[in-house]
Design a protein around this ligand. Structure first.
Ligand code: NAI
Length: 708
C-alpha cells in the first residue's frame, strides 16, 4: 500500500504516504492510484473531521518520479498526466474539511506542491529539512500546481525566487516567508498540532477560494507589479542568454495565471509544463543532474570493495589550494594536519580558514561551538613529524616536480599503515610523480578546483601503478567532503584542464582572425560558459598557459610526437612576450584591471589584432567554442581518459562550467544528433583547421545510429 489509511476516534483521517520498495515517496503511477483511492474513500466518510497527510519515510514526499517523467514522449501525454494529478489535488483542497500537511522531512517539488494543496502546513523544526521547488534546476516547471499556488500564496515577486531559482529553505525560513504556518518539535508534536488545528474548525478553504481574495502584493494590473514585470524578462535574459526555457516558461505561467481564475491558471501551468517536460533542455538537465549525478554518487566509477575510511588528513602546503582542502576536510569531520615550510605560513593558512568559518557563522549556517570545534580540529605546523598517523596525505605545494618528490618521500614516512598519498597537481602526470613514492600503488591524483570551498568537483587521477584501494579511498573521501568525484586516467591536463584549454584557445584563435574581442566574449557567454574565453585566460594567467603549452610540447617530443599547433597559441605568446601582459594577477591581460573600477578590455587589443573586414556571425563563434570542447572530449574518450559518459558530462559542467543546459560535452553531441554533428564538424574543419576533424570513432557511432 502506497498510502496507509487510518481514522481515529475523533474522525480525523491520517493518510500516511509509504511507497513500497522505495526509500523516498515519489509521485508515480502507483502513488497516483493510491492517492485517488484514498481520496475516494475519505470523501465517502459520513463522519469526517479532517485529513492529515503524513509520511512514513524520512522525507515527506520527494516529488515526481523522474523515470516516469522522461518517458513522457508528447506534450499531449505530459499535459494529460499533469492535469490528472492536479484534479485530485484540487479535489482535496475544495472538499470542505480541513486538510493539514504534516511535514516530517524534505518537501521538495511535488512534495511541496502536495503540501500547498493542504489548508495548513506544519513542519518539524529541523534545519536539515528542505522545502522548495527545485524543478527549474532540472529544466522543468512545478507543474503540480506549484506555480499557481505559490503565486497566490506569496504574490508574484516573492514567489519568483522559489519558482525561477529553485530556492530551498529550512522550515524556519519557510515559516517566515509564509510558505508554512507552524513548526513542531518532533513527529508526535507534529501530529498532535495537526489534530489540534483540525479540531478547532469544522471546515476550511484555501485563501484563494475565499470570496474577496486579493493576491499579495497585487496582481499584474497594479502599477508597481506592472513596472516590475515590464523589466523582468529582460533581466532574466541577461542571466540566461535564452538558453534556459524553464525560467521563462515559469515567468509566463505565473504572470498569465495571475490574471485569471484558479482553474485556468492551473491549466496554463500544465501547458507550459508539458512543453518543458518534453523539450530537449529538460532531457539534458535531468539526464546530467539527476541520473548521471546519482550514478556517480552510487559509485559507478569506484572499484568495488571496502577501505578503512579517512579519519586524519595531512595537507602539505597551506597556500590557496592547501588551506581550502584543509577547510573542507575539517568541515566534514576529519582531523587535519596542515604543514607548510614555516609555522607562520601554516598559521596564515589556518587564519584564512578561520575567516571562511566566520563567514558561515555570520550567515547563520553554523554555531559558534561548531566553528570552534572545526577550527580546533586543524593543526597548523612546520614539522613533518606532526603528520604521524594521517591515513590520507594530500600535497598542494608549488607545481614543481623536484619539490613534490621531496615532500612525497618526507611525508610518506609518517603515513599510517596502508595510508594513501595524493597529489593535487594541476598539470604534472601522476605516474611520474609516483616514482619517488615507496608505495606507488597507494599514490593517486586528487585534482581540486579553485576556490576549493565552492567548486563541486574533484578529479581523481589514476596513475599507471595506482591500485584499487587508493582509488576507493580517494573516491570515498571526495564524497565525504560533499563533492562529486570523477575518475580519470593519467593524461596531459587529465580530462578537465585538457578540454577546457580548447575553449579558451578557441577564443584566442578568433581574436587572431580579427573578430571583435567584445563579440568573442559575448559569444562565450551566449554559448552558456560562465565567463568569456579571454577573461578566463586572464584569470588562469597567460604566462601559465604558455608554460603549460611549452611543457606539453616537450612531453610530446619526448614521445617522438609533435604537439598540433593551435592558432590560439600565437596570441597567448604575443600577449606575454611582446606586450608583457600576463593576466589578471598582474593587472594587465586581455583586460585592464583598474584598482578603482571594473575591468575593461584593453583598448590597444584591436590595434594589435586588427578587425577582419568580415565578422563571423555569433552562432558560428558559439558553435566553434562548443564543438572544439566536445571534439576534444571524444578524443579523450578514444584514449580512455575517462570511462563513463556520466564522468565526462558532469566533469565538464562541474569542472569548468561547460554549458549546463546542454547536459555536458557528450550530451551536447547527443542532442545535436551525431550525424548532424559529424557533418557540421567536418565543415568547421575545412574552414578552421584540423582540431574540428570528427574522430573516426564518432563517425562510426553516427553511422550506426548510436549515442553516448
Ligand atoms: P600556493 O603558492 O598558493 O601554495 C603553495 C604552498 O606550498 C605555499 O604556502 C608554500 O609555502 C607551500 N610549500 C612549499 N614548499 C613546501 C614544503 N616543502 N612543505 C610544505 N609546504 C610547502 O599554490 P596553490 O595555488 O595552492 O597550488 C598548489 C598546488 O595545487 C600546485 O601543484 C598547483 O598546480 C595545484 N593546483 C592549483 C590550482 C589553482 O587554481 N591554484 C587548481 C588545482 C591545482
Amino acid at each position: 500500500m502506497a498510502i496507509h489509511y487510518e481514522k481515529d476516534a475523533d474522525n480525523i483521517v491520517t493518510l500516511t504516504m509509504d511507497l513500497p520498495g522505495r526509500s523516498a515517496n515519489v509521485i508515480n503511477a502507483e502513488f497516483g492510484q493510491a492517492f485517488l483511492d484514498a481520496l475516494n474513500k475519505v470523501t465517502q466518510e459520513t463522519e469526517l473531521a479532517g485529513i492529515i497527510l503524513a509520511s512514513a519515510k524520512d522525507t515527506f514526499l520527494a516529488g515526481g518520479d523522474l523515470e516516469m517523467l522522461v518517458a513522457l514522449d508528447t506534450p499531449e501525454t505530459a499535459f494529460t498526466n499533469s492535469e490528472g494529478f492536479k484534479a485530485q489535488l484540487r479535489r482535496l483542497e475544495t472538499q470542505g474539511k480541513p486538510v493539514v500537511a504534516a511535514i516530517n522531512g524534505a518537501a521538495l517539488g511535488g512534495g511541496l506542491e502536495l503540501a500547498l494543496a493542504c489548508h495548513h502546513r506544519i513542519a518539524i523544526d529541523n534545519d536539515k529539512i528542505k522545502v522548495g521547488l527545485p524543478e527549474v534546476t532540472l529544466g522543468l516547471l512545478p507543474g503540480g500546481g506549484g506555480v499557481t499556488r505559490m503565486v497566490r500564496l506569496l504574490g508574484l515577486q516573492a514567489a519568483f525566487s522559489y519558482l525561477m531559482e529553485g530556492k530551498q529553505v529550512s522550515p524556519k525560513e519557510a515559516l517566515s516567508a509564509g510558505i508554512i504556518h507552524a513548526l513542531a518539535a518532533d513527529r508526535d508534536d507534529l501530529i498532535a498540532k495537526a489534530k489540534a488545528w483540525i479540531k478547532e474548525r469544522k471546515s476550511a478553504k484555501q485563501p484563494w477560494d475565499e470570496s474577496g481574495y486579493k493576491m499579495p502584493g497585487g496582481d499584474p494590473r497594479r502599477p508597481e507589479v506592472f513596472q516590475m514585470l515590464a523589466i523582468a524578462p529582460a533581466m532574466l535574459r541577461k542571466r540566461t542568454y535564452g538558453n534556459y526555457p524553464a525560467p521563462e516558461a515559469i515567468m509566463s505561467a505565473a504572470v498569465e495565471g495571475a490574471q485569471t481564475d484558479f482553474d485556468t491558471a492551473s491549466r496554463i501551468e500544465s501547458r507550459y509544463f508539458a512543453q518543458l517536460a518534453t523539450g530537449q533542455v529538460a532531457k539534458n538537465m535531468i539526464s546530467a543532474f539527476w541520473f548521471q549525478l546519482n550514478s556517480i554518487k552510487a559509485g559507478t566509477s569506484r572499484p568495488a570493495g571496502d577501505q578503512a575510511g579517512t579519519k586524519k588528513v595531512g595537507v602539505l602546503g597551506a597556500g590557496m589550494m592547501g588551506h581550502g582542502i584543509a577547510y573542507v576536510s575539517a568541515l566534514s569531520g576529519m582531523d587535519v594536519v596542515m604543514k607548510d615550510v614555516t609555522a607562520e605560513s601554516a598559521q596564515a593558512g589556518k587564519d584564512k580558514i578561520a575567516k571562511l568559518l566566520d563567514k558561515r557563522l555570520s550567515r547563520g549556517k553554523m554555531t559558534k561551538e561548531k566553528r570552534d570545534e572545526v577550527l580546533n580540529r586543524i593543526v597548523a605546523t612546520a614539522d613533518a613529524a606532526d603528520l604521524k598517523g594521517c591515513d590520507l596525505i594530500i600535497e598542494a605545494v608549488f607545481e614543481d616536480r623536484a619539490l613534490k618528490a621531496k615532500v612525497t618521500v618526507e611525508a610518506e614516512a609518517h603515513l599510517a599503515e596502508n595510508g594513501v598519498f595524493a597529489s593535487n597537481t594541476s598539470t604534472l602526470p601522476i605516474t611520474g610523480l609516483a616514482e619517488p613514492s615507496a608505495n606507488p600503488e597507494n599514490f593517486v591524483g586528487l585534482h581540486f578546483f579553485s576556490p576549493v570551498d565552492k567548486m563541486p568537483l574533484v578529479e581523481i587521477i589514476k596513475g599507471a601503478k595506482t591500485g584499487e584501494y587508493a582509488l576507493r579511498k580517494a573516491f570515498d573521501y571526495v564524497l565525504k567532503i560533499k563533492k562529486t568525484p570523477i575518475v580519470v586516467n593519467d593524461s596531459r591536463g587529465f580530462y578537465t584542464s585538457r578540454v577546457f584549454g580548447f575553449y579558451v584557445n578557441e577564443g584566442a584563435a578568433l581574436l587572431a582572425e580579427g573578430m571583435h574581442p567584445r563579440a568573442i566574449e559575448s559569444a562565450g557567454l551566449q554559448a552558456g560558459m560562465p565567463v568569456g574565453p579571454l577573461a578566463l585566460l586572464d584569470e588562469v594567467n597567460l604566462g601559465l598557459a604558455m608554460h603549460i603549452r611549452d611543457q606539453t610540447r616537450k612531453d610530446f617530443e619526448a614521445e617522438g610526437k609533435t604537439l598540433p599547433n593551435h592558432p590560439g597559441f600565437a596570441v597567448v605568446e604575443r600577449m606575454v612576450t611582446e606586450f608583457k601582459r600576463q593576466g589578471k594577477a598582474q593587472g594587465a591581460g586581455f583586460y585592464d584591471y583598474p584598482v578603482d573600477g571594473k575591468k575593461r578590455l584593453w583598448p590597444e587589443l584591436q590595434q594589435h589584432f586588427p578587425a577582419a573586414a568580415e565578422q563571423l556571425p555569433q552562432k558560428e563563434m558559439i558553435e566553434r567554442m562548443l564543438f572544439a570542447q566536445c571534439l576534444e572530449t571524444v578524443r579523450c574518450r578514444d584514449e580512455g581518459v575517462f570511462t563513463s559518459t556520466a564522468d565526462a558530462n558532469i566533469g565538464s559542467i562541474f569542472g569548468w562550467g561547460f554549458a549546463p543546459f546542454s547536459g555536458g560535452t557528450l550530451q551536447y553531441i547527443n542532442a545535436y544528433g551525431l550525424k548532424r554533428f559529424v557533418t557540421r564538424a567536418a565543415v568547421l574543419a575545412s574552414k578552421y583547421g584540423e582540431r574540428f576533424q570528427p574522430p573516426a570513432s564518432l563517425i562510426a557511432m553516427a553511422e550506426k545510429g548510436e549515442t553516448f
